[in-house]
Design a protein around this ligand. Sequence first.
Ligand code: FAD
Length: 465
Amino acid sequence: GDFETSLETVVIGAGPGGYVAAIRAAQLGQSVTLIEKTHIGGTCLNVGCIPSKALIEASHHYHDLISSPFKGVSAKEVSLDFSEIQEWKDNQVVKKLTDGIKFLLKKNNVTVLEGTGYFMDENRIRVMHEFGGETYTFENAIIATGSTPIEIPGFKFNDRVLDSTGILALEELPKKLVVIGGGYIGSELAGVFANLGTEVTILEGQSAILPNFDKKLVSYVEKSFKKLNVAIETNALAKSAKTTADNVLVTYEVNGETKEIECDYVLVSVGRRPNTKELGLERVGVELDERGLIKVNDQCQTTLDHVYAIGDIIPGLALAHKASYEGKIAAEAIDGQDVAVDYKAMPAVCFTSPELASTGLTKKEAEEKGYSVKVSEFPFQGNGRALSMNKAEGLVQLVSDKETGEVLGGQIAGVNASDLISEITLAIETSASIEDLSLTVHPHPTVSETIMEAAEVGLGLPIHI
Ligand code: FAD
């Protein structure tokens, strides 16, 4: 090209990985350019974490009204306007947040370029958009292009066979929904529609839904799905979907037996694949592993020294907070700081009913690492606040080192598990012991007391059990 603008730090993708990396790099004095092809905020803010949580809350509110969990409280006339919920989610939640991110990027002097970025060579990047494209030279790059829903054979996406993005944007409420894949995305969205009155069936290929969570925790979710009449077919192999004008016929196989189910919408939520194609990575020598994820070291540096990669496109949990954490590390590494990622306390949450959350090591993982492990549990049934919220289903499980008492991990099923898990994460991060947790005064009555109580169980001195 003729004159090529030279960029200092270029970030590709404006999800929770990329926009956070861009802001941190700018805070550290780098001149930062952020390239985004669709929408600022990425999957998380636009078609992932945030819109799904908005629908989850609205659906719980509706369900509590039509089927009040409190004796003596009931509503006579309850109405549901799904399109109004969608309008609220889009304009009052998603738009407010993405506008906020745009403001923050501006405030931090991050230049945003709309377009698709790809590498021309080791030091040049091209940004393509509807009016053509420009080529830039760059000093450092952070790749944060995220992931995309996987399509499976027999289930070509269309108006009725949807991925998570499609179902989050639905204009009408499905009467009958088939969810293929009972991982956390499928289970969360199954819950939304079941709460709103849709007849939901989950087809799960493995022997149980939420296979990444402890069986004991998952049993609480299974119980609540049962109450909502959500049908769960395990060991189910989804074969095909035949779409007509207003219906879909799903064929699947269980233990060799072929079954059919009719519905008006299908959600395929069987996983996501990294967006590493079409970036020109092979051209510049950024290597991928056998699963197509970008290989990185503990500074998120790829096999090309001045190129970093973060978030869903590198190994590890595909979660927003992990992407953001890596984004800060990559920006600081470019700044020359002596930083490294440490995943020993990485929380994961599933926003089902009840919520499931885990952090650090499970008992099995701790044992595999050679620890002599102590597991201590406290049930939510023994917690005054949980009972008075009428949400006493669940438990806290602490995994600690039998010798030193050091907290190694934790698992929670129960109300507000998503918030509670942070205390255990902090304990692991700061190498606190179960004694530290037990000596920390927790306000009464709060659900957080279950963590203190689980620690006391571990010390053999439980008060309320
Ligand atoms: P993304 O958020 O995917 O952002 C990547 C961005 O890069 C996108 O905006 C994309 O348009 C852009 N891009 C891609 N290629 C290019 C290119 N060549 N040039 C320019 N731009 C490009 N995680 C949680 O932690 N908690 C949750 O509750 C949660 N719920 C979820 C619910 C759903 C329905 C889904 C689908 C996901 C959920 N996730 C959740 C996962 C979370 O959204 C992802 O882990 C997170 O968004 C990954 O961040 P990222 O920055 O790596 O990528």
